[in-house]
Structures are given as C-alpha cells and as structure tokens.
Design a binder for this molecule. Structure first.
Ligand code: PA5
Length: 451
C-alpha cells in the first residue's frame, strides 16, 4: 500500500522569543544520543509497550472473539475515566460520528466517564439491558469513579437479566491484579488485558481504545498500523532518533518551556478530530505537569474556537506555542449556488470546505504574525491510519519531552491526593493523615459572601 507522507512544517516555529534559535543549535539537542540509548534500553526491557506493541497478536484474536459474543448488542456502555475513556471518545468522534447525527441506526457507544447521577440515571432508564454490552475499563481495577458506576450498572443488569447479566459484561483491566481482575475471575466474566507498563494515557492502542473502536466498525487495525509506522524506524535503528519527528517535537517543546512559553495550544482544523485534543491534553498534562515543570495543553478546534478563545491566543500573554493541525484533502462538501446574495457573491461556485481551509490559513498567519511559535502538521489524509500515526507520534513526543525535563512522564503521583481525600471523606478506612487534613480544611475560618 502506498501512503502519502504527512508534513511537519517548522517554518513558523521560531518566532517571538524563539527567534534566532533552531533545533540543531539547541543545547538540548546534544541529549539525542543518550536518550536514544535509553529508548533502546527501555523498549528492550519491555517497559515501553506503547511503542513495541507486543500485545498486538493477541488483540487480533481477542477482539473479534469478544465482538462475536456481543453480537446481539446494539449498545456498548463503557465505564472508565481519564486514559480509560478519552482515547475511545476521540476515535468515536473522529471515525464513527453518526451518533451525533440524525437518522443514526446504531451501533451506539456511550462513554460514562464522570460521577454524574443525571447521566447514569438516564442511561439506566433508557438503555435496553438485553442489547447493551457493559465494558468496564480500568488498568488498576480500583478507580473509585469507575467502580462506583460498575456497582450500579451490575445491579441494573442483574435486575433485568438475572444470571445472564455476566454474558453482557467485558472487563478491560490488568491481567493479574486489582478488583476488576478478581471480579472477572470470580464471576467468569470475559476480560481483555491492559498489558503491563501500559499506563492509561498510553493505552489507546490496546483493548482500552480498540475494543470500543472495533464495536463501532472503526478500522482499528489501520490505527495500529499507523502507530507502528511511527515507531518502526526507531525500533530498527535508535540512532535515527535525532531525525525523528517525535524527537524534534520534544526538543522544540523543551525549548519553548525554556523560553517561558507555559501553554501549548492544540489547534485542530480537522473538525472531526476535535476530541483528539482532549485526549492529547490529558496525555501531555498528566505526563509532564511535575516538579513545577511542563506546559499547559489547550485543545481548540477550528473554526469554532476562532470565535471564542482565539483573541487570547493572539493578543493575550505571550506564553503560548501552538501545534496546528490540518488536512487539505478533507471532503469539501456542497458548493454554493447562484442564489448566494450579491454581498457574498465571491462564494459562488466555491465549496463549503474551502471556507475551513481559508480560515485555517488565516488563523495560521495571524498566529505567526502575533509571534506565536507554531509547528504545523499537514495531514495527507484524515483516515484511521493517519490518526494512528499522529497519536503514536504524540505519545512518543510526550515521553521524550518528559525525559528532556528530567521528570517521569509515565506516572501521575499528584492526582492521587484528591482521590485519597475523597475516600477518607466517605469513610474509607486507612486514611488517618487525610482525615486530619480534612478536619483542618473544613474548619478553616475565613470570610464568606452569600450571593
Ligand atoms: O493516564 C492515566 O494513567 C490515568 O488517567 C488513568 O487512565 C485514570 O486515572 C484511570 O485509571 P484506571 O485505568 O486505573 O482506572
């Protein structure tokens, strides 16, 4: 298969305080060799499975077999949060957008990734239990938000289906440990593994993202092929790292942070890829926000956000870099007819998508003109393979940026505190320090205003 190349254009990447710099002359560039060695070592030891994908062979067998078992289900209800939900949503919106459109006849994917009584009640009131597959996704198998939803969903299914409830459930969780693993083994519930060392936000290419995608009829194999195509040259020869786009992105971002750019806009002019921005935001923020380092990802979608936050991008604090994403070959839709009023006569004969491309160009130029350093991704196509390539590239760029910051991009220790405090508040045992902290916080005296 011949695939066209995508482009990463650096023409406007060195404006503002980046003026006069280059990737080659960056003091961080010298680290390519040692980080290539580190990549070699960590992929060799199997601790970066998002790159090596040792699980692919098993997935090729497991997904079709699980889907066969769920053949009678028109609905899939996914319970998961963070990395266990955002990838699936991004793929749904990009490649199975029918559910947001009139006359959709299924299949339907519902992703419950919040503690929202309203939504959960509505789902249980309206979904047909017999035709709903319940997919519980949690790497740790112990995430309270997901488990709380599961306990309610289990009761809902049991009430409607009796013993048959188990046939409708699939767990996607750690192979050996955690509550969901125990539950799957105890109840004989079908399960798919989240491989070792594959943290939530790096797990979209495992069953975490691929099972919901496959259920929707998305070409999940092409997504995997796209991701593999990014990693293959490196896995063959790590010495090519310095020329790899993921390294260049990491280097550029490290340079941006060094120059005081504390925000990174993810501006997608591929409208259907808008939720890729939320997926990327989690990947970037949870991986890099450590020890006072990192940059704040800001997902935006063209053209919609030209009319909301773009003013701030252009003329607010000079603290933003931008990843600008577009695809000139998107379907352009209908053409304007001769009935267009005279004032807009210049639209006659043009197509709807011409407006998107022209506005993308205008925004790109405006950002560059306002000295927002901008790396421009030009996609040859917006299909599954292209998205897989992009997501793989972003995952690797994130890890490399973390290494250039000398932090661990794989863990997320800070977010645990809030969860421990919530558990303590609800009376969970084993949180003495959190209980003391809660008392102090809740009894803090200060002025309050009623309004
Ligand atoms: O990226 C991550 O590791 C997190 O966002 C997790 O995906 C999230 O906390 C959910 O964790 P789990 O999959 O263990 O339920």
């Amino acid at each position: 298969m011949v695939t066209q190349s995508h482009i990463l254009n650096w023409s406007n990447a060195f404006t503002g305080r980046m003026q006069g710099l280059s990737l080659e002359s960056s003091p961080f560039a010298a680290r390519a060799a040692s980080l290539a060695e580190r990549l070699q070592d960590e992929t060799g030891r199997g601790i970066l499975p998002f790159m090596t994908m040792p699980f692919r062979g098993a997935l090729e067998k497991e997904i079709p077999s699980v889907l066969e078992k769920l053949a009678g289900c028109k609905h899939m209800l996914v319970l998961g949060i963070g990395g266990s939900a955002l990838g699936a949503r991004a793929l749904q919106k990009a490649f199975a957008p029918g559910q947001d459109r009139p006359d959709h006849a299924g299949p339907w994917l519902w992703i419950a990734d919040n503690v929202d009584a309203d939504t959960v009640t509505a789902l249980f009131d309206t979904l047909p239990p017999k035709e709903t597959a319940l997919v519980v996704i949690s790497k740790s198998g112990g995430t309270i938000e997901t488990l709380a939803q599961y306990f309610l969903a289990r009761a809902w299914l049991q009430k409607a289906l009796g013993e048959g409830w188990k046939k409708q459930v699939v767990m996607v969780t750690d192979e050996k440990a955690g509550f969901l693993r125990e539950e799957a083994d105890r109840e004989g519930i079908a399960s798919l593994p989240v491989p070792d060392y594959l943290g939530g936000r790096y797990s979209v290419f495992s069953a975490v993202g691929m099972l919901p995608a496959a259920f929707l009829g998305v070409n999940w194999r092409a997504l995997l092929d796209g991701a593999s195509s990014v990693f293959a040259p490196l896995l063959k020869d790590m010495n090519t790292l310095a020329a790899h786009p993921a390294w260049k992105l990491a280097l550029w971002n490290r340079m941006l942070m060094d120059k005081g750019y504390s925000q990174l806009i993810f501006f997608s002019y591929i409208p259907l890829w808008s939720c890729l921005g939320s997926w990327f935001a989690q990947l970037w923020a949870e991986s890099l926000g450590k020890e006072g380092k990192g940059s704040m990802p800001f997902p935006a979608v063209g053209v919609t956000d030209q009319h909301s936050v773009n003013q701030m991008f252009l003329d607010g604090p000079r603290d933003k870099g931008c990843l600008f994403v577009h695809c000139p070959s998107l379907d352009k839709g209908p053409a304007f007819g001769n009935d267009v009023p005279e004032k807009w006569a210049w639209l006659k004969g043009r197509r709807f998508g011409d407006l998107l491309e022209a506005e993308g160009l205008g925004t790109r130029m405006a950002l560059a003109g306002h000295n927002v350093p901008l790396a421009e991704f030009v996609f040859a196509a917006s299909d599954e393979r292209s998205a897989g390539t992009f997501m793989g590239l972003l995952e690797l760029a994130t890890v490399l940026t973390g290494w250039l910051l000398d932090i661990n991009p794989i863990d997320q220790p800070a977010v645990e505190l809030g969860k421990r405090l919530a558990n303590a508040k609800l009376g969970a045992p084993g949180y003495p320090e959190e209980n003391t902290a809660l008392d102090a916080f809740l009894n803090r005296k200060g002025a309050v205003d009623a309004f």
